[in-house]
Design a protein around this ligand. Structure first.
Ligand code: SF4
Length: 448
């Protein structure tokens, strides 16, 4: 039985992880053991894909200097404020905190990071200083976490950087595809202002959709960074797709973030077993659905969502139906009323190493629902990528040299979801930093 009364969630779109007050931050920072030293890096820092010096920034908070703590954070991660909200710290820095081995709660690194980074923006602290212009020009395509991190780091090193993005606001998946209970729009506007302060030019609603447009950019710059992420939801056609009440996950989250919350009715179902499916299911509870069911064609053991996300969804009252494949949406008067499901069993492992789900014939059943959201994954931006000469893909992902971020077209570098198929914002930041070093070596003469 859920520990939550579902009605307590309805209409609650506040942050899952609330901000710390100054007093709470000081108390929490004081608990840190300041691990690491000359001979060993602290495990929390080792676990951070952006290489943030965790003990140092926490010590600066404990010393009453959140501004210095923020500068320590921004040195490694210019998106420290956003990452503090959306990072899965439960499987990264906080999972590595030594307090866990002493049966104590891990230090709340994510909330401390948010405290320091938000303090800096509220108090006008510039995240980074700009080096003197070095005369080199780089273009960044995509204003998501990878693109913004790359642009900020290059600008801080003296490069002239222009960012292009097709959307009206910066942030990519953080702005448009991460549930609002993790992050609303803030602090992205402040992060964009910080980048502008470093001289980064951000061109929004600037879709690049032809070889000619790309050639114009190529002419202007010495290197191009691709931080384009993934595109729309994976296309899975199901009979009844056109019924009112059938959604794909990205438009669903975007509507919610834009202040047009979908009407979910009393019973909602979500298709998929990833982190986006967990987010959508939990948001559906907040939107007032009394029953929210996740339909997944494999079992809990194979689902890609982080285990803690699954546990939290379960705790809030989300129901999971394993080995269940939706095969048709049914409705009346153009409105969804049920989803027809086919039970599955697990067969031999497939290419992914996971046991392949196989249908059990003749056992279909109908699940009454008012809303269904497909959260099966996103698809690569193959149409855009086909514009770039010599760019090789692997399984739809951009192929790179992992040590430099360089693609098979030497002028292009890449990081983020477009190369890893969909991971975390902080991994995109870490990958962008590798690409910055690669771009620097390339444009400063060590061309490969
Ligand atoms: Fe502090 Fe935990 Fe990192 Fe040790 S591992 S420095 S206790 S946050």
């Amino acid at each position: 039985m859920s520990a939550f009364a579902q009605e307590t969630l309805v209409g609650d779109f506040s942050d899952l992880k609330s901000p710390l007050s100054e007093e709470e931050a000081l108390v929490q920072a004081d608990l840190c053991l300041q691990c690491g030293g000359v001979y060993a890096t602290a495990p929390c820092t080792v676990a951070c894909p952006a290489d943030v010096d965790v003990p140092t920034f926490i010590a600066q908070i404990a010393a009453g200097d959140p501004g210095a703590a923020a500068l320590t954070l921004f040195e490694q991660n210019i998106l420290a404020a956003s990452c503090a909200r959306v990072c899965p710290v439960e499987v990264l820095c906080q999972a590595s905190c030594v307090m866990n081995s002493q049966d104590e709660a891990a230090i709340e690194i994510g909330r401390l990071q948010r405290f320091a980074a938000d303090w800096a923006y509220a108090n006008g602290v510039a995240p980074r200083k700009k080096a003197a212009a070095n005369g080199h020009k780089v273009a960044v395509i995509g204003a998501g976490p990878a693109g913004l991190a790359c642009a900020g780091e290059l600008a801080a090193r003296g490069y002239t950087v222009t960012v292009y993005d097709e959307r009206a606001e910066v942030g990519g998946l953080i702005r448009y595809a991460i549930a609002p209970f993790r992050q609303h729009t803030e602090p992205l506007p402040a992060e964009a202002v910080a980048l502008a302060g470093l001289g980064v030019e951000i061109k929004l609603e600037a879709k690049i959709d032809s070889k000619k447009a790309l050639a114009e950019i190529e002419k202007e710059v010495e290197a191009i960074f691709l931080g384009i992420g993934y595109g729309e939801d994976v296309l899975v056609k199901t009979p009844g797709d056109d019924l009112e009440g059938v959604w794909e996950s990205l438009p669903f989250i975007e509507a919610l973030k834009d202040g047009n919350p979908p009407q979910v009715g009393r019973r909602a179902a979500v298709i998929g077993g990833g982190n986006t499916a967990m987010d959508v299911a939990r948001e559906a509870l907040r939107l007032g659905a009394e029953e929210v069911t996740v339909l997944y064609r494999r079992t809990q053991a194979e689902m890609p969502a982080f285990y803690h996300e699954y546990e939290e969804a379960l705790e809030e009252g989300v129901v999971f139906k394993w080995l269940t494949l939706p095969v048709a949406f049914k409705g009346e008067n153009g409105r969804l009323t049920a989803v027809e499901c086919q039970p599955m069993k697990l067969g031999e492992p497939d290419d992914s190493g996971r046991r392949r789900p196989e249908p059990i014939e003749g056992a279909d059943f109908d699940l009454p629902v008012d809303t269904i959201v497909k959260a099966i994954g996103q698809r690569p931006r193959e149409e855009f990528l086909s514009l770039i000469d010599g760019l090789e893909l692997e399984w739809g992902r951009i192929k790179i040299n992992p040590e430099t971020g360089q693609t098979t077209n030497p002028k292009y570098f890449a990081a983020g979801d477009a190369i890893n198929g969909g991971a975390t914002a902080v991994q995109a930041v870490g990958g962008a930093k590798v690409a910055v070093a690669g771009i620097e070596a390339f444009v400063q003469g060590e061309k490969r």
